[in-house]
Design a protein around this ligand. Sequence first.
Ligand SMILES: [Zn+2]
Length: 131
Amino acid sequence: MEDYLKAALEIVKAQASVRTMTEEEITSMVQKLSAGIKSIAEGGTVETEVEYAVDPKKAIREKSILCCVCGKSFKILTKKHLSTHELTVDEYREKFGYKKKLPLVCKSLQRERRKKMKEMKLWTKRGKNKE
Ligand SMILES: [Zn+2]
């Protein structure tokens, strides 16, 4: 028997001795635990990154942004699309380790937006100076 399975069984045995568990509960707990322990043993984390369609670090490209959940390509990753994965923009950013204020748009659009913001700031400044 694999070590991770043994380890999982030990944990479940300990659990079963302190509370009543159904056979189903025991089975699913062993499954979950052994998978978790296995991925730790293999150098991964419990929440394996295998389920991600795209590496979040490589998702934002010059002309496109990839959805890390399904791997589809967009110019702008919209709230509407994320809602199909039952995620909000904030949850999405948190889940994939993005910064809180990161705009979910491709790099060229990010630059454009930044430029526009600058222009707007200059414009408001100019406006104020006129007063
Ligand atoms: Zn998606």
